[in-house]
Design a protein around this ligand. Structure first.
Ligand SMILES: [Zn+2]
Length: 176
């Protein structure tokens, strides 16, 4: 049975470390970690989670986009494990949208991200995937990719004016 993992919060050094490449994809413990991360991200109503957020310094994240109270505009998809990802190319165009982070509760930021990215990663079966992500899924990918490099969304903000509280964010989304 998968279990809910403890979440790390900003200020803990794990969120500022560069994650280490995963070589043990087929191993039982690593497959268990993926199952636990998928279970955890669902339990906490997240759309993505990187290993550092569950205290594991590995180049793996989960993307699990679905509409929720926290992200009403997200698209619905099956959760996927993104292992050892590389962004091969990206659009010139960026858009700014609200993001939150499980590791930074109570805060939202208006974060600029590429609207489209072409990426390479390994899936949980060990297969290499080359894929283009667009719109909100591309945003989640970039957010989680940053976590693998010790970055948080706050590092991407253009201005402190682009930070709001979750309380005010909920007022904004309730009007959409
Ligand atoms: Zn995050």
């Amino acid at each position: 049975m998968p279990k809910k993992l403890d979440i790390s919060f900003l200020g803990h050094t794990i969120l500022r470390q560069k994650a280490i490449e995963v070589l043990e994809i087929k191993q039982f413990d690593f497959q268990n970690l993926i199952d636990d991360m998928i279970y955890t991200v669902k339990k906490v109503n997240g759309l993505g989670i990187a290993a550092a957020q569950v205290y594991e310094n590995k180049r793996v994240s989960i993307i699990a986009s679905k509409p929720s109270v926290r992200y009403p505009n997200a698209s619905l998809m099956e959760p996927i494990a993104i292992i050892n990802p590389i962004i091969l190319s990206h659009s010139q165009k960026t858009t700014k949208e609200w993001e939150g982070c499980l590791g930074i509760p109570g805060i939202r930021g208006l974060v600029p991200r590429y609207t489209s990215i072409n990426v390479k990663f390994t899936d949980r079966t060990g297969k290499e995937i080359i894929k283009t992500f667009t719109s909100f899924v591309a945003r989640i990918f970039q957010h989680e990719y940053d976590h693998l490099h010790g970055k948080a969304f706050l590092d991407r903000l253009e201005s402190n004016q682009d930070i709001i509280t979750e309380i005010e964010y909920q007022k904004i989304v309730s009007k959409l």
